[in-house]
Design a protein around this ligand. Structure first.
Ligand code: KG4
Ligand code: ZN
Length: 353
């Protein structure tokens, strides 16, 4: 395809349009070459998935179809940028839900074709880490990168924005998934992470001493399903046991939420510390939905201070899914890593490069 570099070099091609639809948020953003975010529109689908307690893929892709064009329109309008001024289109192609990814990719390909501009394939995991580069406003690589979201708990050695080596990941549930499932056990609203944080602030983090899976092991992997089951038993009773658990009063729910959060955060921060030690890196980048959690952010800050490492956490609004972190597209473009128009989604692919 014609890369249209002339357009990118000219004033008209100053802007990147980024599109994200990997899960249940339909998002578009306009970002200039200096990585300034001119607009960042996110249409959430929480109300559609709430009663199911999790994302229903078919409902998500249908909702993306309805929202994608209005969201792109709104992003351009808010940025005060016309389509003619767009120099490249970046879109999440992996990992994610196949139907959801296809909606964003089809919109992006159509625009790239019609506007005759480069198409850039965004790795959603790398984008969550790139949100830290956006927060810092300068280059932050090399670093240890940690993506803690509803789908991933992945630790990386990041040599550059597009060269990641996986150091460890979850063997079962992702951290955000554990927050969501524990919230469901405790009868809290979906998505559970923010609810656990809110209700947990009224509870005692030491009320129940939940397990800290893998914390004292060398491996940089995570496991959250045992912790989730421990919360289930503490809330509803252990199968076959004669002793009944305390009644699930609002105070008990708050105590269980706070105690679960304390256990999860201790493991997440402990593994970051181990990864820093193992790699010898002096910068830690943390992104993904769970990185919006205040207790986690505070605990990371204390660890970073103690170890004398530079900590950069994505801004709260860039922790959960958004298209502004698709500014990573500029890094791809600068490295000549453009994609052909027959590009396909690769839903299960975590590492491409
Ligand atoms: O990054 P994200 O928007 O989507 C994925 O790519 O997975 O992450 C969503 C996850 C959900 O599991 C949600 O419960 C969790 O992030 N989350 C939080 C908080 N805000 C969102 N978890 C804990 N505390 C929060 N404040
Ligand atoms: Zn995400």
């Amino acid at each position: 395809m014609n890369l249209n570099l002339e357009k990118l070099r000219s004033d008209e091609g100053r802007y990147l349009l980024a599109i994200e639809s990997s899960c249940d948020e339909t998002a578009a953003a306009v970002i200039d070459r200096e990585r300034h975010v001119l607009s960042n529109i996110v249409a959430t689908q929480n109300e559609l998935h709430e009663r199911f307690g999790g994302v229903v893929p078919e409902i998500a892709s249908r909702a993306h179809l309805e929202r994608i064009l209005p969201v792109i329109d709104e992003a351009l309008r808010k940025a005060n940028v016309t389509l003619a001024e767009i120099g490249a289109v970046a879109v999440t192609t992996h990992p994610g839900l196949v139907g959801s990814l296809l909606v964003g990719l089809t919109a992006a390909k159509t625009l790239a074709l019609v506007l005759d501009v480069p198409l850039l394939a965004i790795n959603h995991i790398e984008a969550h880490i790139y949100a830290c580069r956006m927060a810092a406003g300068r280059d932050v690589f090399p670093a240890v990168g940690f993506v803690v979201s509803g789908g991933h708990s992945n630790l990386y050695d990041c040599r550059s924005p597009v060269e990641f080596e996986l150091l460890g990941s979850t063997t079962d549930d992702a951290a955000g998934e554990a927050f969501d499932k524990v919230a469901q056990i405790l009868g809290l609203e979906y998505p559970g992470g923010p609810q656990i944080e809110k209700i947990g602030s009224q509870g005692r983090p030491d009320a129940v001493n939940f397990p800290r899976p893998f914390l004292n092991e060398e491996r940089l992997d995570f496991s959250f399903s045992g912790l989730k089951t421990a919360v289930l038993y503490a809330a509803k009773g252990t199968p076959g046991a004669r002793i009944q658990p305390p009644p699930l009063t609002p105070q008990r729910v708050a105590d269980l939420a706070a105690s679960f959060q304390a256990a999860a955060v201790e493991v997440l921060v402990g593994k970051c510390e181990q990864a820093l030690r193992k790699t010898g890196r002096s910068t830690l980048l943390v992104g993904g939905g769970v990185a919006a959690n205040g207790v986690f952010r505070q605990s990371l800050a204390e660890m970073a201070h103690r170890r004398n490492v530079q900590l950069i956490i994505a801004e709260r609004e860039h922790c959960t899914d958004n298209a502004a972190m698709g500014a990573l597209g500029w890094e791809l473009w600068e490295r000549g890593m453009t994609s052909p128009l027959d590009l396909d989604v690769t839903p299960g692919l975590v590492r491409k490069r």
